[in-house]
Ligand binder design. Sequence first.
Ligand SMILES: Nc1ncnc2c1ncn2[C@@H]1O[C@H](COP(=O)(O)OP(=O)(O)O)[C@@H](O)[C@H]1O
Ligand SMILES: [Mg+2]
Length: 234
Amino acid sequence: MLRVEGLSVAYRKVPALSEVTLEVGEGQLVGLIGPNGAGKSTLVKTIAGLVKATSGSIVFDGNSLLGKATEDIVRLGVGFVPEGRHIFQTLSVEENLSLGYASGRGFDASTHDAVLDRFPILRRYYRDSAAGLSGGEQQQLAIARALLARPRLLILDEPSLGLAPLMVDSVFEVLVSLQRDGVTILLVEQNASRTVATADRTYVLGAGHIRAQGTSAELLSREDMLETYLGKKV
Ligand SMILES: Nc1ncnc2c1ncn2[C@@H]1O[C@H](COP(=O)(O)OP(=O)(O)O)[C@@H](O)[C@H]1O
Ligand SMILES: [Mg+2]
């Protein structure tokens, strides 16, 4: 469904990604882990049209995404939940959500109801200011907003960052249930062990290069992966 090939990105000539190749198949939940500064956000922002590539290709459902505007990429069916959630604190839950279908394929009542069914807390605080929501609830709002655009591929950048453990659990539960409902997912996470355990396959990024990729069993069988990226003593 998504194929990134030989992708390189630089900020003012300083390389951030070098020849990155990554594939997400329809219906899969694919993880992307790696230390701070590895280039994870750069990779997903480039897919979302927010950062320019120097070379390589990004193809989604047969469409090249390189050079396309973010709104056109959203319209093709790619949803993006940015790092830090980007909720408008001064707006209500409803107004934050309306930005989702504004950027997508228009308002669809059944999608709207289905999304609110998934996140009952958002229905409860629908007319209230988003500033009153906890961090975990704001993350639900950010995910809900992306879902209103009816993405076929949902990309999330560190959705569990800064959340209390119970809220981290609920984020992972939401992702698993979305996958079950047919949404393809590319998940960027610092929570490496949890991601490897949840995803069908995980890519490990280090200093702009893909260092490894594989299933949980494949990655956990590699001592270098365990020690360097999964924080486990071998
Ligand atoms: N807007 C930017 N301008 C210049 N350098 C950047 C910018 N964004 C990220 N970088 C640099 O690119 C590298 C990768 O960053 P990033 O993609 O944010 O990594 P990660 O998400 O894995 O922590 C880092 O060295 C970072 O300092
Ligand atoms: Mg990042």
